[in-house]
Design a protein around this ligand. Structure first.
Ligand SMILES: Cc1cc2nc3c(=O)[nH]c(=O)nc-3n(C[C@H](O)[C@H](O)[C@H](O)COP(=O)(O)OP(=O)(O)OC[C@H]3O[C@@H](n4cnc5c(N)ncnc54)[C@H](O)[C@@H]3O)c2cc1C
Length: 453
């Protein structure tokens, strides 16, 4: 029997498909990389399903790519042509809720926004919002990429919230990692190891998350600057002063132009910082006053938004605004992260590279964490321009690594940034390979992602 026939005998007909439409969806994620059509897609609805499918694929040496919503941006969700996709988006249950402990246990397919909708009745939330994908991204996908977002500057990234997980390894073994204790000094932290492993070590079938209390109040402000580097310096100063800020987003002038052209916002086309503070009234006021003083010292001033315009609604459209800025152009994307003091230098470096190579580069991101997206526009059909853009992207990453930063602050490595992975991690990649072999000796879990074996 073929693997397809064996899968068909394992699962009911509505939970396995080889239909071209289903395979087309399963073939790609939200990266600009080419999709790869797998042999089949299966929808698991329980941990037992996952175990049975893994055991079958192990016997058949068939690669498995786990899929949540497929919103990843670096190709980590792109399957292999001789492999299957195991889709967990139907595993959406809240398994347990302990509001007094600020904890919840969920199945991996629950969508970020839906989880927060559920939690808000008890005044709680799961903070590390994955930006514009919160309405689709699953908790399993977020844990597996260690996703972070605008509020991570105050609250941290996804990994900081994972206490415990149930996993199925590449041998089909079921394991519980971690426990519900918030502080622990007991052995190796395997929960942190699997978090961010992009489906290469295990399939996560349940997660226990820490939560935070919904803030009593929120205040959003925006500041403008005449130069991008001044905005970057203001961010460094705010961090130095220990300003309690929930979000600091940087948008360069080109991003503001792109937003105006897509949405007709009429924004001033200058570099900007969007800020949000959380807390009681008097804390909001004192923090926003301190932020204003710092921004003014760096030559900034308040940015007035139009009637009814809100910073995060504007921020939501940034990627689309860049994507549709020039018809026929595609995005080459970066999500580098570095020590905060390097921000002015990296922003400046991106612009210089853009000018020298005649490329349009937009920069923005969760700069409070030292995380910057540099989106480079180029035409795929213009092979020389596409190559220049790819080279410039590599140069930005190389400079980041020289400054002791990382290739990826939030999207992961996937296929997109594999080639520079060893440059960042050196000989420790060999140790990673050994670890992978312990979890997945036959290399069936998302092979070829992050690094080659
Ligand atoms: C418009 C837009 C904005 C975005 N903004 C942000 C942002 O601000 N911050 C950010 O961090 N990301 C962002 N992303 C990227 C993406 O949304 C996140 O990486 C998200 O966490 C992926 O969730 P997903 O369910 O779509 O995962 P998928 O794409 O389905 O999977 C991602 C990876 O996790 C693995 N995986 C998924 N589920 C499991 C599981 N249960 N067990 C083991 N492995 C698993 C997959 O194999 C794959 O390697 C954005 C994407 C888009 C399209």
């Amino acid at each position: 029997m073929s693997i397809i026939e064996k899968l068909s005998s394992l699962l009911p007909p509505d939970r396995m498909s080889t239909h071209a439409d289903h395979l087309a969806v399963a073939s790609r994620d939200e990266s600009t990389l080419e999709g790869v059509t797998p042999l089949a897609i299966v929808w698991a609805t329980s941990t037992d399903d996952v175990r049975n499918i893994v055991k079958l694929c192990l016997d058949e040496s068939t690669p498995i790519t786990t899929r949540g919503a497929g919103s990843a941006l670096e190709g980590s969700t792109i399957p292999l042509a001789n492999g299957i996709v195991i889709d967990l988006s139907r595993m959406t249950e809240v398994l347990a809720f302990w509001p007094d402990d600020l904890q919840v246990r969920v199945q991996p397919g629950i969508i970020y926004d839906n989880l927060n909708e559920y939690l808000k009745r008890e005044g709680l939330f799961f903070p590390p919002s994955p930006g514009g994908s919160g309405d689709v991204a699953t908790v399993g996908g977020m844990v597996s990429t260690n996703a972070s977002g605008i509020y991570s500057v105050k609250y941290g990234g996804t990994r900081d919230y994972v206490l415990q997980m149930e996993i199925v390894t590449g041998t089909g073994e079921l394991m519980k990692l971690g426990n519900r204790a918030v502080k622990r000094s007991s052995g190796y932290n395997l929960v942190d190891l699997v978090s961010g492993s992009e489906g290469t070590l295990a399939i996560i079938t349940a997660v226990t998350l820490r939560l935070a209390g919904l803030p009593e109040g929120r205040l959003q402000t925006a500041f403008k600057f005449s130069r991008e580097t001044d905005a970057a310096r203001a961010v460094s100063e705010m961090r130095k002063y220990g300003l309690d800020v929930a979000a600091i987003e940087f948008l360069d002038r080109r991003v503001m132009q792109a937003l105006n052209s897509l949405k007709g916002y009429g924004l001033e086309e200058v570099p900007a910082l969007f800020l949000e503070f959380h807390g009681p009234e008097q804390v909001l006021t004192s923090n926003s006053e301190l932020a204003e003083t710092i921004c003014r010292e760096m030559g900034g001033s308040e940015l007035t938004l139009g009637e009814g315009q809100r910073p995060w609604e504007i921020r939501h459209f940034v990627t689309d605004a860049v994507k549709y800025r020039k018809s026929g152009y595609a995005i080459i994307r970066n999500d580098v992260a570095f020590p905060i003091s390097s921000l002015p230098e990296i922003v400046d470096y991106c612009y210089r590279l853009g000018d020298e190579n005649d490329l349009l580069i937009h920069t923005f991101g969760h700069v409070g964490l030292g995380l910057l997206h540099a989106l480079i526009l180029a035409k795929r059909e213009d092979t020389r321009q596409w190559q220049r853009a790819t080279d410039v992207s590599d140069l930005i990453i190389r400079r980041t690594i020289e400054l002791d930063g990382t290739i990826s602050g939030e999207h992961g490595i996937g296929l997109g940034h594999k080639s520079l992975f060893e440059l960042e991690h050196g000989s420790s990649v060999e140790l990673m390979r050994k670890i992978k072999r312990q979890f997945d000796p036959r290399n069936i879990l998302n092979p070829g992602k992050i690094f080659d074996m």
